[in-house]
Design a protein around this ligand. Structure first.
Ligand code: NAP
Length: 279
């Protein structure tokens, strides 16, 4: 038996983005609502660039109970919100909007999702030396969260030096930026390597780091989750490193959003099944 059909009293949440058709959020959240026995539903709403503010006003007018926010709206929704949590304020990006009374509050659950996903694999970030490849939205959330969780050092390797410096600054005193050619010596002294570039999504992509830096004792976390098993993860495992895929972060950031919206503990296993059901 599938989930019950929506009725006149069903609570509605939405994911907004462009493109949003292929978002896994509806599959993840609808699996969670079903497993938790909640009369809630998530729909995907395509919202063009420039439409974030109107979409937030629409959320108020329509009485939506929450919103997931994806590209290109993560920064643009902010002026339309009543408040931000600490992570969203620090990052200048929102991936989840919740309600506190009638106030709309922006959250950013990506970084906490990353930390939860590696902890689930038995990897501790407190005291770890972390190297992050990339300096975009995903990298920034990881840099900020691992520094907040007490990483010993956070090194950002990025093509654009300016963006690399900006991301590293989110780690405060333990952050530093290096150019792409500085990644190998940094990884040689690291405990955790994080790929936060899109490299690995397309067939034939090069690795984000030279293969010979992958070694036993190194945790290699790839934020890319499509494909689930990237070439980086395959190469890491072949060289004795510990691979951690990106699906865990996707599930845990969604779990945090689920808890913001519903106040119920997130049914993680159902969410994981929902995340993989879409391929
Ligand atoms: P983004 O904001 O566009 O940033 C991309 C970063 O990757 C930039 O720093 C860019 O460098 C770098 N980059 C892009 N192409 C590159 C290349 N060919 N060689 C080296 N560096 C390159 O993207 P994002 O939103 O942070 O997402 C990054 C990846 O993380 C995506 O694959 C996304 O699917 C994944 N992600 C996963 C999760 C999850 O829950 N698992 C969540 C969010 C994102 P420059 O600054 O020099 O341009």
């Amino acid at each position: 038996m599938g989930p019950a059909a929506p009725t006149g009293t069903t609570n509605v949440v939405a994911v907004i983005g462009d493109p949003v058709r292929h978002s896994r959020s509806p599959a993840i959240h609808n699996a969670a609502f079903d497993a938790a026995g909640l009369d809630w539903v998530m729909v995907a709403l395509p919202v063009r660039a420039g439409g974030a503010g109107a979409a937030v006003e629409g959320m108020r007018a329509l009485g939506l109970r929450g919103m997931s926010v994806t590209m290109p709206h993560k920064a643009d929704v902010i002026p339309a919100l009543d408040d931000l949590d600490e992570a969203a304020r620090r990052l200048g990006a929102v991936n989840c909007i919740g309600l506190e009374g009638d106030r709309l509050v922006g959250h950013n659950t990506d970084g906490a999702g990353f930390v939860a996903s590696v902890r689930e694999e038995g990897v501790e970030v407190t005291g770890a030396r972390v190297v992050v490849c990339g300096a975009g939205g995903a990298a920034r959330s990881v840099v900020s969260a691992v520094a907040g969780a007490g990483a010993e050092s956070v090194t950002v390797a990025n093509r654009s030096a300016a963006r690399g410096e900006q991301a590293a600054a989110l780690a405060g005193a333990v952050g530093r930026a290096v150019p792409p050619e500085g990644v190998a010596p940094a990884v040689a002294e690291a405990d955790i390597l994080v790929n936060a570039t899109p490299l690995g999504m397309a067939e034939g992509d090069p690795l984000p780091v030279p293969a010979d830096v992958l070694r036993p004792g190194l945790v290699v976390a790839d934020l890319v989750y499509h494909p689930l098993r990237t070439v980086l993860l395959t190469e890491a495992a072949a060289r004795g490193a510990t691979p951690v895929g990106g699906l865990g972060m996707l599930v845990h950031q969604a779990a945090a959003a689920f808890e913001v919206w519903t106040g119920h503990p997130a049914p993680l296993e159902a969410m994981r099944r929902g995340a993989t059901a879409t391929g």
